[in-house]
Design a protein around this ligand. Structure first.
Ligand code: AMP
Length: 190
């Protein structure tokens, strides 16, 4: 099984590249952000709980996030593997993910971070906000808060996965197809 975590700050292109990897390697793509947005649209009790958190660009508490992730993984018993997009985002989530996968006799194969400078990401997000309908993409302060959450809470995962020899990073700036090729080269030459 191929279980890949895609890292990157908001706007780094995780969703786009995850969809590419999903079709190339026949994987199941799980985006916790998409799952939360689905609950918000459906106005479920979870959706109501997390609406303002997503709007402000804060992280949803680990407990709720781990629960939604585990439920989604359990729905896909027959798969070639998973591509985790936007999860884990904290050390606690990463530890819980390792424990959960172990119970299913699975493990993370490796993680790849898409790197890009904040200014480029900010411009990408503001542009995406013109059409995405996402309020967290239109307000500069909220975007900067999402960057800060990444730096404070998600960046330490680099060390966490490096210790397991499972951390790789690529340049996330350039043509989408070129970035996809950089990903393939990591996946196939490891
Ligand atoms: P994304 O679509 O990955 O940019 O996620 C959008 C928002 O969903 C984030 O700003 C968080 O509020 C929430 N979210 C998604 N994934 C996680 C996670 N792993 N941990 C905490 N919050 C998350």
């Amino acid at each position: 099984m191929l279980n890949i975590v895609i890292f990157g700050k908001p706007g780094a292109g995780k969703g786009t590249q995850a969809e590419f990897l999903k079709s190339k390697y026949n994987l199941t793509h799980i985006s916790t952000g998409d799952l939360f947005r689905h609950h918000i649209v459906k106005k479920t009790s979870l959706g109501l709980k997390v609406t303002s958190i997503l709007e402000n660009g804060d992280l949803v508490p680990d407990k709720l996030t781990i629960e939604i992730l585990e439920n989604e993984v359990k729905k896909h018993k027959k798969t070639n593997g998973f591509i985790f997009d936007g999860f884990p985002r904290t050390i606690n989530q990463a530890k819980k993910l390792d424990e959960f996968l172990k119970l299913l006799s699975m493990k993370i194969s490796f993680t790849i971070a898409l790197e890009a400078e904040d200014e480029i990401l900010l411009q990408r997000l503001l542009k995406r906000g013109e059409t995405s309908g996402r309020s967290d993409d239109t307000d500069k302060e909220k975007i900067l808060n999402r960057f800060k959450e990444y730096t404070d809470k998600t960046f330490p995962l680099k060390e966490f996965y490096s210790k397991q020899n499972k951390f790789f990073s690529i340049n996330g700036v350039g043509d989408i197809k070129v970035i996809s090729k950089r990903l393939i080269s990591i996946i196939e030459n490891k």
